[in-house]
Design a protein around this ligand. Structure first.
Ligand code: SF4
Length: 357
């Protein structure tokens, strides 16, 4: 008989589980506390449950945690990349990112960039994960498990989570939102929703859904261009949702949630850093309350990618600086994002599992 994995179940699913064992509903609340507030890894640790119940649980379920297959630390900035092995042998990566030592909250902030899928179907031309193709969605337990494992191995407390690792979170919406509910439950894991950011490649319909559901987490859009042809070449998803449809969805999101959004923009030399790009970004920033993050492009040569990907060149630092100045001079709230983990292929767009899946 295969044992049920109860790690990642929310309260209602835990209730179903305890009822299926013929136990009273309130046991689900106790299990919930042990799993998420106390982070128990075995039923033996659950000392307020009677021994016969602990035995029964051990005979019918497991607390499935992620195994760390490898981890690598950046000598340059302390970023740490984890390779996790899932129960079916698939592998994913997460990245623990310390703040810059000069940051105002350097003592306190620790960000974990988590994956939501094994691989990704979206084929963005600048992204290493795209070279893996889509393999499968992660369960809520596999998403939350990245936090537990990263904290256990590093000994650090994660304060912020970004859904910017492998995969498109909006294509695994239900599992991602269950994970968000577990992560933000103040009686369990207890991370503030204001410290969680979901980044999408541009699913306008799911952006509207997030707004309708009044999700408290923050939203980021991987924008990279507002010109339809350029964005389509960089991100084929643009054929489904045009830049204007995305801006309309963001307007809708803001009307409903009153929250500003982050626009992520990798600057490619001579591709999306023209005066026309400045004009369109300025116009968008007048339409939507946003902060634009300019991101240096990091090589993904290690994936052996060809075609357009091989020809993409990141703008040099002085080019990014010039683009930043132009945007700023027009009143755009714009920042240049610090590159973390480049030397261990852990920077934005560089996550890809090289071993055979
Ligand atoms: S950038 Fe994100 S959405 Fe695009 S292929 Fe990579 S993981 Fe998928």
């Amino acid at each position: 008989m295969s044992l049920a994995n109860i790690f990642g179940l929310d309260r209602s699913r835990l209730e179903e589980f305890v009822l299926s064992l013929g136990e009273p509903k309130y046991r689900a609340g106790q299990l919930y506390q042990w799993l998420y507030a106390h982070r128990a890894r075995t039923f033996g640790e659950m000392t307020n449950l009677p021994q016969p119940l602990r035995d029964k649980l051990a005979g019918s379920a497991v607390i499935g945690q992620l195994g760390v297959a490898a981890s690598q630390s950046s000598a340059a900035d302390g970023t740490r990349k984890f390779l996790f092995e899932l129960s079916d042998g698939r592998r994913i990566e997460s990245v623990l990112i310390p703040p810059r030592p000069t940051a105002a909250d350097a003592d306190e902030r620790m960000t974990l960039c988590v994956s939501t899928q094994v691989g990704c179907a979206l084929d963005c031309s600048f992204c290493a994960t795209a070279t893996m193709g889509f393999i499968r969605n992660l369960s809520p337990g596999e998403i939350v498990g990245q936090l537990f494992a990263a904290e256990a191995v590093s000994g650090r407390t994660v304060t912020n989570i970004v859904f910017m690792g492998m995969g498109e979170p909006m294509l695994n919406y239900d599992n991602v939102m269950t994970a968000v509910e577990l992560l933000t439950d103040q009686t369990g894991i207890g991370i503030s929703p204001k410290r969680i950011t979901l980044s999408t490649a541009g699913y306008a319909d799911r952006i509207r859904r997030m707004a309708d559901e009044d999700r408290k987490i923050k939203l980021a859009l991987s924008l990279h261009s507002l010109r339809g042809d350029v964005r389509t070449a960089l991100m084929p998803i643009t054929k489904k949702f045009s830049p204007d449809e995305l801006l309309q969805a963001l307007e809708y999101y803001q009307k409903r949630t009153r929250k500003s959004v982050m626009l992520e923009y990798i600057v490619f030399d001579g591709v999306n850093d023209t005066d026309e790009d400045v004009r369109l970004l300025v116009k968008a920033s007048r339409r939507i309350e946003c902060r634009v993050n300019l991101i240096p492009f990091h090589s993904i040569d290690f994936t052996g990618a060809g075609g357009r990907t091989a020809s993409l060149r990141g703008a040099p630092p002085e080019g990014i600086d010039a683009f930043w100045k132009k945007l700023r001079s027009h009143g755009v709230t714009v920042f240049i994002r610090n590159s973390a983990g480049v030397d261990i292929d852990a920077a934005c767009g560089q996550l890809a599992v090289r071993t055979t899946q």
